[in-house]
Ligand binder design. Structure first.
Ligand code: CMP
Length: 139
């Protein structure tokens, strides 16, 4: 089925002027950008977005990294979008990511790993609603 997922192009990628290159890989993987905006996340916004990780040892560093520069938040649409996006992103740690994936190609480290993507359709709906109003999404 055609579904939606949520994506973030992270500060390590926007700083290296890779917004277009990353988006091209998403599009070539069969995903369509149906909403997109470049934002500077606030600390509160980043802490809320990653609340599920707040007990993890990397939480504070992760929040600092995510507010260290602009990000591009996107809604992606396509056949089985969550899985399709996870496949093209590759493993969280670029050292483990398969050839041809976004993280293998561009990520700098497990933290500065260029992209975020929802891990389930349930979380995709929550994450999309965290950043977008329904009228900002045009399929
Ligand atoms: P993301 O998919 O955005 O979800 C949580 C993020 O935490 C992850 O990508 C990484 O950028 C970051 N992170 C930093 N250290 C770790 C770690 N040890 N394990 C998992 N995620 C980590």
């Amino acid at each position: 089925a055609v579904t939606r997922t949520f994506s973030i192009i992270k500060p390590d990628a926007t700083k290296r002027n890779l917004t277009g290159a990353v988006t091209k890989m998403l599009e070539e993987a069969g995903l369509r950008v149906v909403a997109s905006k470049r934002i500077q996340m606030t600390k509160d916004q980043a802490e809320g977005f990653y609340a599920v990780h707040k007990e993890r040892p990397f939480f504070n560093d992760l929040v600092s990294f995510m507010i260290s520069g602009p990000v591009v938040v996107q809604v992606l649409e396509g056949e089985d979008a969550v899985k399709r996006n996870r496949d093209v992103m590759g493993a969280t740690n670029p050292a483990d990511a398969a050839d041809g994936t976004i993280r293998k190609t561009y990520a700098e480290s497990i933290e500065a790993n260029s992209v975020h993507g929802s891990d389930s359709e349930e979380n995709a709906a929550i994450e999309i609603a965290y950043f977008f109003k329904p009228e900002e999404i045009v399929g």
